[in-house]
Ligand binder design. Sequence first.
Ligand SMILES: Nc1ncnc2c1ncn2[C@@H]1O[C@H](COP(=O)(O)OP(=O)(O)OP(=O)(O)O)[C@@H](O)[C@H]1O
Length: 388
Amino acid sequence: MADVIRQQQLGGVRREFAPWTDPAAAPLIRFDAVTKRFGDVAAVDGVSLDIYEREFFALLGPSGCGKTTLMRLLAGFETPDAGRVLLGGEDISAVPPHLRPVNMMFQSYALFPHMSVAANIAFGPKMDGWPRARVDARVGQMLKLVQLDGLGARKPHQLSGGQRQRVALARSLAKSPKVLLLDEPMAALDKKLREETQFELMHIQYELGMTFVIVTHDQEEAMTVADRIGVMDKGRLVQVGTPAEIYEQPNSRYVADFIGDVTLFKGTLEGRDGDVALVRERTSGVLLRALAGMADAAPGATVWIAVRPEKARISPDPLPPDTPNVLSGEVFDIAYLGDLSIYKVRRPDGTFMKASQPNATRLVERPIGWDDKVWLSFAPEAGVLLTR
Ligand SMILES: Nc1ncnc2c1ncn2[C@@H]1O[C@H](COP(=O)(O)OP(=O)(O)OP(=O)(O)O)[C@@H](O)[C@H]1O
């Protein structure tokens, strides 16, 4: 509970944090048209990206899209074939990893197994020649920060997975790097521990006022922890935005499909009715309406309308609802998730649409079951028009 409250307070503060909207703000990290090739593969392909001080930035994308390579370029483990990496306005392309104020946290197996927790944390500062008293003080501070007070004498194998993860975090923070890079830091943890660790990570990042860049292929994780998310596909950055922007205004089918659940209707743009685009669906011939938004397409163009399941309505009534965008179908599958159910509905043209509904107890209403004939609908504002 305390965690939830702290989180809300944190959320309140963070909401005002948006340096990327300030044209005068200088980024801490800048990728300037960076390309990195391995043989024929452009692992990173002309990426330009600004990340700001105190930002928690997530790089998200499927396996092999180039996330890790982009981080390794920042850490100095790779050098760009083209373009520049800047830190605080200075080109660091030629600076070796150990001289960059950047640290990379690997998974827990990177702990030294024969060393105590305290010795693991002390390792970096010691190597840097910190005086003993300063090292000890720092270790104490770090143990407290990651809530492992009193466990400094243990060996890594005497800790739980989550505790080991926190030691790895403490170790990578011990030297106070300006930037911490986290490569799939929670991959080894189970779902519950993962969620707890995500919140801890956010607190720590916020308390230390540091810049974190996390690599993950888990979209929920990225949505939870990050101020902004960069979605990658085949070495390119497809979209950069806040979690809400990425979710509510995806700029492509790729992003819409990668983040969350979505139904995509493919059609031909017929024209506009004010702000609303009129789209003739290919498979069914139905005329659909969606807010045109920023989409730039001429009549006759192939477009898609993306609809999130929670923005679609499902109704078992015999008569269709009196709204735009009404479609019919039969319930093909139901996923009961406790708080809500997701219905996968098969339409007469053989395509599927998903609609979710909260499971409030409404005893009078007949629940929707398998094979039921239902109406699906969505408001024009609920559909996102996409041109690619
Ligand atoms: N050292 C290397 N030598 C050759 N090819 C490499 C090397 N490192 C990465 N690649 C290739 O570059 C591409 C991007 O790899 P990268 O590890 O950056 O992806 P990723 O998005 O982090 O994937 P994952 O989530 O699986 O770690 C892949 O096609 C990969 O095979």
